[in-house]
Design a protein. Sequence first.
Length: 479
Amino acid sequence: MAASGHSPAITMNGGQKLAMKYFTVAIALFGAQCLFGMLAGIQYLHPDFLFGILDFSINRMLHINAMIVWLLFGFIGSVYWLLEDEAGVPIVGLPLAKLIFWVFTLAVVVVVLVFLLVQIGPGKQSTIWLITEGREYIEAPRWADIGIVVCVLAFFYNVAATFARGRFTHIGGVLVMDLVALAGIYLAGMFYTPNISMDQHWWWWVIHLWVEATWEVLVGCLMAYGLIKTMGVRRQIVETWLYIEVALMFGSGILGLGHHYFWIGTPEYWFTIGGFFSALEPIPLVAMVVHAVFDAGHHKLKSANNPALAWIIAQAFGNFFGAGVWGFMHTLPQINLYTHGTQWTASHGHLAFFGAYATMVIAFLYIALQKWRGNVWMGGNLVGAWKWKWAIFLLHAGMITMVMAMLISGYEQSQIERAIEGSTWMGYFAAQGHRWFLQGMYWRQIGGWVFSAGFVLLAWDLLTIGKRETRSALQVPGE
Ligand code: HEM
Ligand code: HEM
Ligand SMILES: [Fe+2]
């Protein structure tokens, strides 16, 4: 993104310059995610494709780890973007923050190279330390785990110390508390126990409590800031909503963890606890939709940054459908008995991660680029607006096609493998070879192509948007 039409007339603060670096890496990794997702998808259709060179397990691992890391880079970038603005003082410890960026990026590159070139190791401690820990989504080896903890601690120091020196807005306060939880929970994923039930028990603390509690609160903070910046929504209103959402989110999300404890050997009371609390999880997501749509309507969609606002609205709905509706569909144990671990789960995973998190990071990319390009006009009649509009359309069309295709395949698996064949080994193959399943996988791939085209257009738009604009940004009412 560097040297692409950046106007020096507008001064960006230190945190914002650093944020641009994080965003650049995020977009590159988003591209990697698409690439490995496409390869994994092709292997569903042609199982011998790249067999022995880049197996499905490796592509899948690269696909989902690239996702986690690009979203984390996007979130960290977004927080650095708003930090000085919110706190009202320069970042405390900026040189450290810059150093950590390079350390973090280098570590990611090394981990990816090891995943690609070494791939697997013997069942020994050395593999856990140097190659992979083998826990889905957080497969990074132990040395990188420790590195991540150090990087996150430094990031936390920057954020907390800056707010402490400047002013603690409500957004800032919630953010800091949330980062404590986010970093703390990561530690739960670093235990190693040879008992698979116990291992899964703790692993879910990271996975579930990240995406259904701490990440949700983080995007709540980003949404609040985004609404203030794009539409000039009154701070008091967004901050009130933020507290309501946080209370509901933690109230349901923490014990909602139980929906992953149904079949891993944990006590039976988790059926009731997990079923009940996770069924409540969609409520804060409804609150978020109401919040965003109400504010957008109240301001008659008049915004300083149309692409960012479009992605914020996409977030509100994507979060609600992907996490809320698609999550609710299989969260009761009576249903999960049939759907567990099928493409139904993958359908939900895609819509939720894309809808709740990718969208919010993209909104922030647009907020950042507007200033980077010299605080240019990004309202209606923006020069070259077709690109961002087609990008958002293709990304959603591709994602929805993939999600519906996987849902159909997942439905077929639940029906044939589980309900009819009673979860037998034969049932598994009967479902896996069924024409409905295969057609779903075929359509998933078509959706993948559309999505990838959307990604290319998005990247192109990010490199060019606002470059030919001479008008300056619309002034939204001040806070
Ligand atoms: C943005 C928030 C969310 C994200 C990113 C997300 C993502 C995911 C992913 C990736 C999985 C698959 C994990 C695996 O590999 O085994 C999963 C599983 C699951 N999610 Fe979510 N989820 C979110 C919110 C929710 C909500 C709100 C609910 C319930 C209302 C829910 C219910 C479930 C259930 C029941 C499973 C287990 C599926 C199975 O048994 O195979 N999720 N989620
Ligand atoms: C470029 C288009 C994409 C294609 C072709 C694709 C394909 C795939 C494939 C084949 C898998 C493995 C499924 C399995 O194990 O059965 C997968 C898993 C996954 N992908 Fe994608 N993907 C794409 C984009 C995305 C995006 C944009 C996101 C989110 C931002 C995403 C999130 C996930 C998640 C969370 C999983 C794990 C799901 C689970 O464990 O249930 N993918 N993807
Ligand atoms: Fe969960």
